[in-house]
Design a protein. Structure first.
Lengths: 288, 286
């Protein structure tokens, strides 16, 4: 032990002599400075501005605005959209993921679907809204869907377009984790397909499924471009209302309105992501 | 239901044949289910793209075909001007890719070599932008950008924020690349041969994580190509914002369909190249 220590200290001066004055933390300063200015500072500004009144004093009453029926309406709108698209996306995505996972693990179908899912999960944006407008809009190619501009159903269909591929991507590892031996074991014990899913497969996949649904929920919550290109005149969701209040400060009782809405969203996201982290931990217990 | 009947009819008289019968029937039903799912999902994912393609090829009269919308990408006069927005978007892609690499690669190498204890905090900060919605970030970025804009006004300033958005994706790609090689041994070898830190990073580490760097760049590029929220709310005109305003002033202008299809296909192309190139390389190594 002592000998090791001596050689260690013996080796140090040589190395230290070559680069005498660079402590380890210096190398990470640029990164932390950048993240501090463009990520942590903005986040801090949102939180503090939401808690301040117009004259600069601290107040909590702005938070009370979140209970205002009008403001609550936007949160309910966001909630509707997120619940529909996360549950819909999760169910259809899980079915698609299962269909893909059943095939040859090295097959072309699986490779194609995973690659395309990776692409389509990123496809949310104004171009996606244009694409659906071309398909189902007022002069749509397929037909003019009367419900295209209906909230939440019309926009939900567009959201599901990027939610399903995301579900395929994040749920596939869980399905791959289901071992063939478990299925064989339950079949040998006389279980039907229904019994297998009810007692073995279902409970094993449940935490991963719920966790993925939460992630889709957060994904839908923060989406803004798609819904803005779909309908920019009427604000249905919190992100739209944040945009409206940032762009026009007309007729607002409280200048911190956007900050308060943003803080509300941030709190929602934190709750969701905590739930997601807990469920992921639970899911990884069996599915390795 | 079918599984139960198949169990019943095979009976106990021929136990050896039973598993195969169930297997065969299940496989057939499973294949039917798979083809059904693939067809429906294929239609759902292809139809909007096909509709966009059809709209982009629409002639002057409804139902005719023409390439004019594709030519218009170059000639569209605005307002707002389209071609300069395309140019700005591509410049933003380049700036963001360079920015995120310059910020991450040296820091990640340094952390692996010298300050391991900080890696958890570092990882947390890199993945944080995934959880903070862009629309929330932009509320706080507005005052920061007011400060930046005081000295100069250029749409390219957006890259400061885009680097933050690209951080999680680039971090994951680079982290996978760095884990696959032995950074410590390599850089100690290079250092003991007299290389400077700059040489270690540019001539030893970077060539070894080329694939990871390519992945990070493709992901960042795909992200920047479609970014709308931050540009729109900070009142910059990048390509998606320009398309948005064109669609507001002339609904169903065919030029928005040709341009958006072009940008979608460009992003798809990048990401598909990434998916297949990465895999092939990985196989070759394994």
């Amino acid at each position: 032990m002592a000998a090791v220590a001596t050689t260690e200290t013996g080796a140090r001066p040589v190395r230290a002599g070559r680069r005498p004055s660079i402590p380890g933390w210096v190398g990470v300063v640029p990164f932390f400075a950048y993240v501090g200015v463009f990520l942590l500072l903005p986040t801090g500004i949102v939180i503090t501005d939401a808690l301040k009144n117009s004259s600069g004093g601290w107040q909590l009453s702005a938070i009370g605005d979140l209970g205002n029926p009008l403001v609550r309406g936007y949160f309910i709108g966001s909630l509707k959209l997120c619940v529909i698209t996360s549950v819909g996306g999760a169910v259809f995505g899980a079915i698609l993921a299962y269909a893909v996972a059943c095939g040859n693990p090295d097959g072309a179908v699986r490779r194609l679907y995973l690659a395309v899912s990776g692409v389509l999960a990123q496809s949310g944006g104004i171009t996606l809204a244009f694409a659906f407008q071309a398909l189902l809009g007022p002069v749509g190619l397929l037909f003019h869907a009367g419900w295209f501009y209906n909230f939440p159903w019309g926009i939900s269909l567009i959201y599901v377009y990027f939610q399903i591929p995301l579900m395929v991507l994040i749920f596939m590892p869980a399905i791959d984790g289901l071992k063939v031996q478990w299925r064989e074991a339950s079949e040998n014990l006389g279980a039907s397909a229904w019994q297998y899913w009810r007692h073995v497969g279902g409970p094993l996949l449940a935490p991963a499924f719920l966790g993925s649904t939460l992630l889709l929920f957060a994904n839908a919550l923060s989406a803004f471009a798609t819904i803005e290109a779909w309908e920019s005149q009427i604000a249905y969701t919190v992100p739209q209302q944040i945009s409206t209040s940032l762009n026009s400060e007309v007729g607002l009782a409280n200048v911190n309105y956007a900050d308060v809405l943003a803080l509300g969203m941030m709190i929602m996201v934190i709750v969701i992501m905590t739930g997601y982290a807990l469920l992921q931990r639970r899911a990884s217990r069996w599915l390795r | 239901m079918a599984a139960i009947t198949s169990l019943g009819e095979s009976g106990l008289s021929e136990p050896a044949a039973r598993p195969r019968a169930i297997q065969g029937r299940r496989r057939r039903r499973l294949n039917l289910f798979r083809y059904l799912v693939f067809t429906v999902s294929g239609l759902f994912f292809l139809l909007p793209l096909l509709a966009t393609a059809r709209f982009s090829l629409e002639g002057n009269r409804l139902g005719t075909w023409s390439l004019s919308a594709w030519k218009e990408i170059v000639t569209y006069k605005g307002p707002p001007p389209l071609l300069s927005a395309v140019e700005i978007q591509l410049e933003l892609v380049v700036l963001t890719c360079v920015g995120v690499l310059v910020l991450l690669v040296p820091t990640m190498v340094w952390i692996r070599l010298r300050v391991q204890w900080i890696s958890r905090v570092f990882e947390f900060l890199c993945l944080l932008p995934l959880t903070i919605p862009a629309i929330v970030l932009v509320v706080g970025l507005a005052p920061v950008y007011n400060f930046i804009r005081r000295s100069q006004l250029s749409t390219l300033e957006l890259f400061w924020a885009y680097v933050i958005l690209a951080l999680p994706y680039a971090y994951r790609a680079l982290s996978a690349g760095l884990t696959a090689i032995d950074v410590t041994t390599m850089s100690e070898a290079a250092r003991s041969l007299g290389a400077s830190w700059f040489t270690v990073i540019t001539r030893v580490i970077v060539p070894n994580i080329r694939q990871a760097i390519l992945n990070a760049m493709v992901l960042a590029a795909a992200l920047v190509l479609g970014e709308f929220t931050i540009a729109y709310l900070l009142l910059y005109n990048n390509l998606p914002v320009t398309l948005f305003f064109i669609s507001r002033s002339t609904p169903n202008a065919s030029v928005i369909f040709s341009t958006s299809l072009a940008s979608l296909l460009f992003a798809f192309g990048l990401l598909l190249i990434l998916a297949y190139a990465g895999r092939r390389r990985h196989r070759g190594r394994g």
